[in-house]
Design a protein around this ligand. Structure first.
Ligand code: GRG
Length: 294
């Protein structure tokens, strides 16, 4: 397996899918649709949709059946980034290497573009899988739970609360990251499995792998915030320390944060290797994520 070639095959399918499944930029009102496309087309890593496509492939899905779900999860993720960057949240100027959506457009347009991306994600799931209503239902339920008040939004809420006091506990930090970061990564893998008709055991393994992959991803994100520069990251570096924010690095130190990342990677790989099919790409992707923080 050539990891770089496989990654680029998946990413290029995602880019094609995004272009196909998002409303054209000149759809009325053009400013809103241009802002939606601006946010999505900013060149993210496409981690979550790639996970959906790769997980579906494990179960023999080689056609484009998983593409609408992959696009839906990237739309949802992008909405969360657009809203996270707003002045009432993180107040950031830079995302995906260029001006944040509210800086490139304006605050109200960015808010609405985020709302529209969130809504579009569910519209896509509802309309793309009409020939398999039970699957459509399962995908919508999975994404809604991962993105809802107990998970993504709940994690964001506790993150905002933790920022106010800047001395969050390890337990609070875990809640934040399990929900703000790992929930969507978990859902990405599980949605791929659902499209491939995975059984309960396999869905459980995908969920476990997503949980540990998500935690690895977040710990590495904390390490990079503390060690990399803005140009490398494509977003403002050193923000966490400047804000006095509690991170794995602040709570446990750099060396221990790297050890945590390695331990979660190990667990994610074990969960992936228990799955049927050729897991080489997903295992390599997991290892690649932890290597980013070295
Ligand atoms: C506003 C409901 C709501 C949630 C916001 C995504 C998010 C939650 C906040 C962004 C800040 C942050 C550090 C979140 C943790 C997850 C994370 C590292 C997101 C960035 O994902 P990447 O690195 O981004 O995959 P790209 O641009 O590559 O898609």
């Amino acid at each position: 397996m050539n990891f770089a070639a496989e990654l680029s095959r998946h990413v290029s399918r995602v880019e094609t899918g995004l272009n196909l499944h998002l409303p054209a930029a000149d759809t009325r009102p053009a400013r809103l649709h241009a802002a939606m496309r601006y946010a999505v087309e900013g060149g993210g890593k496409r981690l979550r949709p790639v996970l959906t496509l790769a997980a579906a492939e494990l179960f023999g899905v080689t056609d484009d059946a998983a593409l609408p779900a992959a696009v839906a999860i990237e739309c949802l993720h992008t909405y969360s980034l657009v809203h996270d960057d707003l002045p009432c949240m993180d107040d950031d100027d830079l995302r995906r290497g260029r001006a944040t959506t509210h800086r490139a457009f304006d605050e109200a347009t960015a808010l609405l573009a985020g709302d529209a991306l969130l809504t579009h994600a569910f519209a896509l799931l509802a309309t793309a899988y009409t020939d398999r209503p039970a699957l459509a239902h399962a995908l919508i339920a999975e994404l809604a739970e991962a993105a809802g008040s107990r998970r993504l939004i709940g994690g964001q809420m506790e993150d905002l609360q933790a920022e106010q006091k800047s001395d969050a506990t390890a337990d609070e930090l875990e809640f934040i990251h399990l929900n703000k970061t790992a929930a969507m990564i978990e859902a990405a893998l599980v949605m791929g499995g659902l499209i491939g008709g995975a059984n309960e055991d396999a869905l459980g393994s995908l969920r476990l792998a997503g949980r540990d992959l998500g935690l690895t991803f977040q710990i590495v994100d904390d390490i990079l915030d503390a060690t990399a520069d803005t140009a490398t990251l494509g977003k403002t570096a050193g923000k966490d320390a400047k804000a006095g924010k509690t991170t794995y690095v602040k709570l446990h130190g750099l060396a221990a944060a790297r050890e945590f990342a390695a331990a979660h990677t190990h667990r994610a790989v074990a969960a992936l290797e228990s799955l049927p099919g050729d897991t080489a790409f997903l295992v390599a992707l997991t290892r690649e994520l932890v290597a980013r923080g070295k």
